[in-house]
Design a protein around this ligand. Structure first.
Ligand SMILES: Nc1ncnc2c1ncn2[C@@H]1O[C@H](COP(=O)(O)OP(=O)(O)OP(=O)(O)O)[C@@H](O)[C@H]1O
Ligand SMILES: [Mg+2]
Length: 152
């Protein structure tokens, strides 16, 4: 059984799955974590990781059709929690197509992008810029990426 983590402060928001909201998500992370007075490096790492996760939800989870239709029910959830000892937990979730093989998806350079625009490095960036990353996904149901980082 898992014990529930103590949360000192938290926020949740839901954004339409549009690529402009990658920048919005980055800004929200900066605004909410200002209370920890983070180092520039820690903050920039987390902002980068979050923008990769949101990009994945928009591009892979839902596909590009969202760009033209902001009224569709395609949404990306962003939760930020401050845990004891300056540990930050960030969750990015979508109700998109899901990932069939998470382990394979996390492999560096693995991409399903047919146009060759993507490098398959998003999960590697998220892993490098956080202390721990978990990915839960179910095909047809969606994906939830959780990032943990202890701030200096
Ligand atoms: N939220 C998601 N929903 C569905 N599939 C996803 C999601 N996130 C990642 N994937 C799958 O995992 C693969 C690897 O993701 P990753 O972010 O590492 O690379 P990428 O997005 O293809 O390229 P890059 O991030 O370098 O632009 C994607 O190509 C996609 O198939
Ligand atoms: Mg990616």
């Amino acid at each position: 059984m898992r014990t529930k983590q103590t949360v000192l402060n938290e926020m949740d928001c839901i954004l339409p799955a549009k690529s402009v909201n990658e920048g919005v998500a980055r800004a929200i992370v900066g605004a909410f974590l200002a209370q920890l007075d983070p180092t520039v490096e820690d903050l920039s790492d987390l902002r980068c990781a979050v923008s990769e996760a949101v990009t994945n939800a928009v591009v892979h989870g839902y596909g590009r059709r969202n760009e033209t239709d902001g009224t569709a029910e395609h949404r990306v959830g962003l939760s930020i929690a401050i845990l004891p000892d300056r540990v930050v937990r960030i969750t990015v979730r979508d109700k998109g197509c899901g990932i069939e093989d998470v382990e394979r998806a996390r492999t560096p350079l693995y991409t399903t992008d047919p146009a060759g625009e993507r490098s398959g490095m998003g999960f590697s960036v998220m892993e490098a810029f956080s202390d721990r990353m978990t990915v839960r996904s179910r095909p047809g149901k969606g994906t939830k990426v959780t990032l943990y980082k202890k701030m200096k």
